[in-house]
Design a protein around this ligand. Structure first.
Ligand code: MRU
Length: 352
C-alpha cells in the first residue's frame, strides 16, 4: 500500500536485516524499524512494533531465517533450537507465528539459503492471500454498505492488503460507496490509531466509534455487516481475535447482521479442536492504565488515564464460537461454517 505516495509492505527482509513499519509510533510518526538479529526481531514482535496475525507470522519467519544466518558453526543446532524457543515465546495466540517458525525451521534443515527463501516465500504468500481475500470478500459488499470492524486487520496487520480491510479497499476501488465504523479497540487502540490511519490514507469514508457504541448503531439499523480478522481458528470454527470481538459477534446475531471473519487458511489450526484450547495472551496492565498520545505541541507522551493504585486485567484476545460466524472469507473462497466442515474443506483445499 502507499504511504506518502510510496509503495510499502508492512515488513520485509533484505540480506539478513528485517525492516518493519514501527506500529507503536503510528499514526503520529512514520518510522521504519531495522532489526539485524533474530533476538531484535523477537523484541519487535513482543513489544508490538510489528503486530497483527500475518505480519507477526512474516516477522517470525524472518527471525527464524536470521537465526540460521547468525548461528555459529560450532554450536549450530543448539543455537537454532534456542532461537526457535525464543521466537515461539514472543506471542502465544497468533497461529501464523507458529506456522511460519515451523516452515522456516524445516527449510533450514536443508540449508541456510533454503531458510531465507522460505521466509521470503511466506511473506509473499501472505500478501498474495490477503489480495485474494479482498477479491472474494468484495463480492459480499454492495454499493452503500455500512461495515463495522474491530481492531486492525488491514495491511499493517499483514504483509500487504490485510484481511478484514482488503475487501473494503477493493470495493472502494471498484467505485462502491462504503462507510466503515472503526471500533477504537482499547487498550492498544489498533482501530483508532491504525485502521483509521489506513482508511484515511485510502480516502475511505469512516468514523472511529467508542468500543461500547456498537449496540447503539446496530440497534438503530445503521450497520449492514461486520468484518473482522482472526488470530487463530480452531478446527471446529471457533475463532480467537482481538478482545472485544466476541461481544460484537453476539450483538450482530441479536440484530441479524452478518458477521464475517476474514483470514488466510494459514490461520486455521487443524491441531486445535475447540476454541477453549486456544491460549489467550495476557498482556501487561500498563497497557490499560496508561495511554500514549501527542500533546498540543505534537510531542509523544505516555499518560496515566486510570485511578492511581488500581490494577488492571488485560486479556488480549477472546474466542468467538462458530455459531456467531456467518462465513469465513479466505484466499480460497468463502466458507460457510454451517454448510461445510472446516476440517474437510481444509483437507480438500490442501491447507492443513
Ligand atoms: O495487535 P495484535 O497483534 O494484538 O492483534 C492481533 C490483531 O491484529 C487482531 O486481533 C486482528 O483483528 C486479527 S487479524 C490481524
Amino acid at each position: 500500500m502507499k504511504v506518502h505516495g510510496e509503495e510499502y509492505r508492512t515488513i520485509w527482509m533484505e540480506d539478513s536485516t528485517v525492516f518493519m513499519i514501527d506500529q507503536n509510533l503510528l499514526p503520529f510518526e512514520f518510522v521504519i524499524y531495522e532489526s539485524k538479529t533474530y533476538f531484535d526481531t523477537c523484541f519487535a514482535i513482543s513489544t508490538m512494533i510489528v503486530r497483527g496475525a500475518g505480519a507477526i507470522g512474516a516477522a517470525a519467519g524472518f527471525a527464524m531465517a536470521q537465526a540460521y544466518t547468525e548461528a555459529p558453526k560450532d554450536d549450530f543446532d543448539d543455537f537454532i533450537l534456542q532461537a526457535k524457543d525464543d521466537i515461539s515465546a514472543t506471542r502465544p495466540t497468533a497461529q501464523n507465528l507458529f506456522y511460519a517458525i515451523d516452515r522456516v525451521y524445516r527449510a533450514g534443515k536443508k540449508s541456510v539459503e533454503d531458510a531465507v527463501k522460505e521466509a521470503l516465500l511466506i511473506a509473499d504468500e501472505d500478501a498474495r492471500d490477503s489480495r485474494l481475500i479482498g477479491q472474494h470478500g468484495m463480492t459480499l459488499i454492495e454499493d452503500n454498505t455500512r461495515i463495522l470492524t474491530h481492531c486492525n486487520a488491514g495491511w499493517l496487520a499483514f504483509v500487504n492488503y490485510g484481511t478484514a480491510l482488503s475487501p473494503i479497499y477493493m470495493a472502494h476501488k471498484d467505485g462502491r460507496n462504503v462507510f466503515v465504523y472503526v471500533d477504537e479497540t482499547r487498550p492498544r487502540g489498533q482501530g483508532a490509531r491504525l485502521t483509521a490511519w489506513e482508511l484515511k490514507n485510502e480516502n475511505i469514508d469512516h468514523k472511529i466509534i467508542p468500543d461500547n457504541a456498537a449496540a447503539y448503531f446496530m440497534s438503530r439499523g445503521e450497520v449492514d455487516m461486520v468484518i473482522v480478522g482472526a488470530d487463530r481458528i480452531a478446527s471446529n470454527g471457533d475463532t480467537a481475535n482481538k478482545i472485544g470481538t466476541l461481544e460484537k459477534a453476539i450483538l450482530a446475531k441479536e440484530f441479524s447482521i452478518p458477521f464475517y471473519v476474514a483470514a488466510p487458511t494459514s490461520t486455521f489450526d487443524m491441531t486445535c479442536k475447540h476454541g477453549n484450547d486456544i491460549e489467550i495472551e495476557n498482556r501487561n496492565e500498563e497497557e490499560v492504565l496508561y495511554q500514549t498520545g501527542t500533546d498540543k505541541n505534537g510531542n509523544l507522551n505516555k499518560f496515566l488515564v486510570c485511578s492511581p493504585g488500581s490494577g488492571a486485567l488485560n486479556p488480549a484476545f477472546d474466542v468467538t464460537p462458530k455459531k456467531y460466524i456467518t462465513a469465513f472469507i479466505t484466499e480460497k473462497g468463502i466458507i460457510n461454517p454451517f454448510a461445510q466442515s472446516i476440517k474437510r474443506i481444509c483437507k480438500e483445499l490442501n491447507c492443513e
